[in-house]
Write a protein that binds this ligand. Structure first.
Ligand SMILES: [Zn+2]
Length: 178
């Protein structure tokens, strides 16, 4: 089996285990995201957890964060690379708490379809704002990102009314220059 076939078959098993509809990959508008060959350790995140990104995404993120800091804007990592199994476990935990798979898939991509698998996506936070809250969209940090992130190769993947059918995620940015 090729690498891609192996990936497809392990994803299929993860999806079946979660009760994700078999047509998810064709009916969702999200692209399949392969895990990268190389990852490097970043600084610790807001919760003091080790995070990883691709080398290029890490260096672009570091530059962008430093530029924001020098302009009085606090920006920090909440999450970066996440593997297929991590995404599976995240969804399994929500199912355990009684949420339906349909409701979960509106905010979490199925394993294989989260941009975090690429090692290029980051969830960002700023002081004084709850993590992963839509309120992030009203902060100075968000406004700064809208104006400056493009210079560092980052863009907002899930704006309001995005074609992916994912809720507005003002905190989620992806390095797209690789
Ligand atoms: Zn994210």
């Amino acid at each position: 089996m090729s690498n891609n076939d192996e990936t497809q078959s392990s994803l299929k098993q993860l999806h079946q285990g979660l009760g994700i509809p078999a047509d998810y990959s064709t009916s969702c508008a999200l692209p399949l995201c392969l895990e990268p060959a190389a990852l490097v350790d970043t600084e610790l995140d807001f919760y003091q957890r080790q995070q990883r990104l691709t080398p290029a995404a890490f260096s672009a993120w570091s530059e962008m964060r430093d530029a924001a800091t020098s302009q009085g804007i606090s920006l920090f990592l909440i999450s970066a690379f996440r593997g297929y199994q991590y995404q599976h476990d995240l969804i399994a935990a929500k199912l355990e708490k009684g949420q339906t798979i349909e409701a979960i898939l509106r905010v979490n991509a199925a394993p294989g379809y989260s941009e975090h698998h690429s090692g290029r996506a980051v969830d960002l936070g700023t002081l004084g704002c709850d993590a992963l809250s839509e309120k992030f969209g009203e902060t100075k940090a968000y406004q700064w990102l809208v104006e400056h992130s493009g210079s560092y190769g980052f863009s907002l993947t899930y704006p309001r009314d995005n074609p992916f059918g994912i809720d507005f995620e003002p905190w989620h940015w992806c390095y797209t220059q690789e």
